[in-house]
Design a binder for this molecule. Sequence first.
Ligand SMILES: NC(=O)C1=CN([C@@H]2O[C@H](COP(=O)(O)OP(=O)(O)OC[C@H]3O[C@@H](n4cnc5c(N)ncnc54)[C@H](OP(=O)(O)O)[C@@H]3O)[C@@H](O)[C@H]2O)C=CC1
Ligand SMILES: O=C(O)C1=N[C@H](C(=O)O)C[C@H](O)C1
Length: 284
Amino acid sequence: MTEPTTTPTSDSSSSAPALRRVAIAGASGRMGHMLIEAVRNAPDCRLAGALDIAGSAALGADAAAFLGFTSGVPIVADLRTGLQDAQVMIDFTRPEGTMAHLAVCRELGVQAVIGTTGFSDAQKAEIAEIAKDIAIMMAPNMSVGVNVTLKLLDMAARAMATGYDIEIVEAHHRFKVDAPSGTALKMGEVIADALGRDLKDCAVYGREGITGERDPSTIGFATIRGGDIVGDHTVLFAGIGERIEISHKSSSRVTYAQGALRAVRFLSGQRSGLFDMFDVLGLR
Ligand SMILES: NC(=O)C1=CN([C@@H]2O[C@H](COP(=O)(O)OP(=O)(O)OC[C@H]3O[C@@H](n4cnc5c(N)ncnc54)[C@H](OP(=O)(O)O)[C@@H]3O)[C@@H](O)[C@H]2O)C=CC1
Ligand SMILES: O=C(O)C1=N[C@H](C(=O)O)C[C@H](O)C1
């Protein structure tokens, strides 16, 4: 993470606090709907743009129509149109969409909160470059509970560095397109860091056939997809004679949306830099 740089908020001339102007990318998605509702209910935010991919059936509709409400903000595919009135974009889409959105955010000086998962290493490096020009908060999971769980995992991994086999199991709904989840990968990274390992060298993604005995230096991943599971993550530390299971289960996407709004507020004082939810929640 780069060092935060602070800047005064620009809308301080009137007596009433200025509303943060927020654009939502992926406006008709599962998270897009949660976010539009959260922005509508937030006393300090205003919906200022709504984007969806070209060809989406949602284009042209009012962004809040699904709530039975008219926001006056149409869902558009043209990135400059969708972002021109925004101070900050919240993006829960797909990696290729996020990269295209970020290029325009950089051009227009719009901050970004990124929840999308599944980025390649090259895409992550490009995001870090863009964050030299605009403030970006990126996290694979914006719930408070998951971020506290990451802290618990760091502590557990240090205390059980030898003699315990580490396995990460995640379950999500049938519509999810990336695996393992961004959260599971982040959990693996936190544990590998705590153990002084590189996840790239020790991750095992699924097993099949005659695998041989388990290599104790590995971190295993297992993925379940089905129905409407919002998001479950369990990390097993399995020893001889005992095991610990650290689990987090999401029962609603509202926690992700509330985390994204906390990030919007956190970014309001930042000129540039790449941040995560530890920064937003004061957990670093
Ligand atoms: N960080 C966090 O806390 C969380 C992260 N996520 C992540 O957020 C992302 C979205 O999840 P979810 O809302 O369930 O997914 P959805 O598929 O429901 O929504 C994705 C939205 O993005 C649009 N979209 C798809 N491809 C592109 C593209 N190339 N460019 C622009 N827009 C695009 C979709 O449009 P259309 O429907 O027309 O294709 C849709 O509106 C995933 O990566 C998921 O892992 C999810 C929950 C929490
Ligand atoms: O796609 C989802 O739904 C989720 N994606 C994120 C991930 O990949 O970790 C966060 C959460 O688990 C829900």
